[in-house]
Design a protein around this ligand. Sequence first.
Ligand code: NAD
Length: 494
Amino acid sequence: MSVSSAARKVAEESVIVFENLIGGKWQPASDGRTIDMVSPSDGQVFARIARGTKADVDAAVKAARHAFEEGAWSKLTATERGRLMTKLGEAILAHHEELSQLEARDCGKPMKQARADITAAARYFEFYGAAADKVHGETIPFLDGYMVTILREAKGVTGHIIPWNYPAQMFGRSLAPALAMGNAVVMKPAEEACVAPMRLAQLAQEVGFPPGALNVVTGIGEEAGAALSAHPGIAFLSFTGSPEVGTLVQKAAAENHIGCTLELGGKSPQIVFEDADFDAAVPVVVNAIVQNGGQTCSAGSRVLVQKSIYDKFVTAVTARFKQLRVGSHAMDLDCGPLISANQKKRVLGFIEQAKKDGVPVLAEAQLAEGTPGNGFYVAPVLFGPVPRENQLACEEVFGPVLSIIPFEDEADAIRLANSTDYGLVAGIWTRDGGRQMRVAKKMHCGQVFVNGYGAGGGIELPFGGVKKSGHGREKGMEALHEFSHTKTIVFKHG
Ligand code: NAD
């Protein structure tokens, strides 16, 4: 695996080491502490990152402030920023296999998923690089003798706290729109998986991002994450992770009177009506929960099936579940391990509780022969019919556990789909055009797929939730508005 100057490979241990990127320099944590990174596939330490401190976060915010106000970054035109971002997209594609290997090892995800994630990371920089000089202001008709113009401006230094499930994609999703608008950024990636983002930061430096435009401080959530979200020099926060930490981040933002976007997960329904294209729906429904081991905020974790086709549908999904193969990232099967021993324990807790509650198990997949012994594996489980009040019908598991729930008619399906605390994504399967539109409009969520389902990807498509899934929108042109604000200038010309 090739890693260049800033990431030193410690030969005697074969461990990849990344330090913090602050003001264009790679440096250890202020107190020298580090965190071992474990590969979920085999439980082995393969990398080491800095355990960033409050002082490191402060230094990163100051470096970003300097870059934003007077450094080389502040002097770039929108076109020049866009060009740099496009170059980063190209560099990501040029290092596609190396980055995919890092991401797969770090997260345990099958290689095909890691490769798709790296392609998506590149797409974020292509998309927002091309958009950087296309965000226009406005003029407003006002009183006679006046001319009013609205500028759209960067917010300043933006803080980005990202999770471990799609580290490389999250790097692109969170940072690219902020950079396109001219903000200088400080990122705190997740301590469970962040090696590919560090390599991406290194590539950004290599393609010429000026010092301080893009800073990364790794570390523990309660330490570096809390320090970043509370820092008074931050003008806006972007957070993806758990609802509990999202609440803390939002409180910290409130103390500093700044805004934030929160993307906090979901319990997304896939609704299958009796007139659905059955053969098209089955593989998509299964993939929507198996992808990334179910560790996807927009995983389709509830399948709502019309009673008239319930038995037939359950038979088809059960058969497919039984064929699923689980193994290490390198084995590149349907499903890899979960991210950590903790996440495995959490997901097994949901499975055991559901079994104790008497929820029928329809199918359990198996670990493939040759799967390493020390990884954090949980084979996919299919439960159904899941009672509507059971926790499997309401709570986010964040693992490969699919709940099937029958419904009576359209009104019942809508009620059931909207019945959880979450509202991120919904899928609707029906051939009836009127119903497609009626049900889509009734969904309490930020994104609806009709006769399909997409978790992740879709850089062009605005994405975000309602209720406990959070607020604000990422992706698409909407993200550019989140990372900028307007300034109204009124000219009196007489
Ligand atoms: P988390 O919310 O604890 O961590 C997400 C990020 O927040 C990480 O970078 C972490 O270091 C940081 N963080 C943690 N505590 C912090 C604090 N006090 N202040 C500031 N930042 C802090 O999420 P997790 O432990 O990684 O996962 C727990 C659950 O969250 C999962 O089981 C899942 O349900 C959910 N989750 C959702 C998503 C999503 O995409 N919506 C992603 C990951 C996890």
